[in-house]
Design a protein around this ligand. Structure first.
Ligand SMILES: [Zn+2]
Length: 54
């Protein structure tokens, strides 16, 4: 699975639960794991807000 933003590989466990949060190790973007039709996808986590300070 690759980061939609920067295409860096993100390791998402095969048994990750929908709604689980993962962060891109490269650009630091946060994503929420979603399941669609049995496959995993990453949705940008909007609930974090726009705290780009770190
Ligand atoms: Zn990234």
């Amino acid at each position: 699975m690759n980061c939609p933003e920067c295409d860096a590989p993100i390791s998402v466990p095969d048994d990750a639960a929908a709604g689980e949060l993962v962060a891109c190790p490269d650009c630091g973007a946060d994503y929420e794991v979603a399941r669609s039709g049995g496959s995993l996808e990453l949705k940008k986590a909007e609930s974090i807000g726009e705290d780009w300070g770190e």
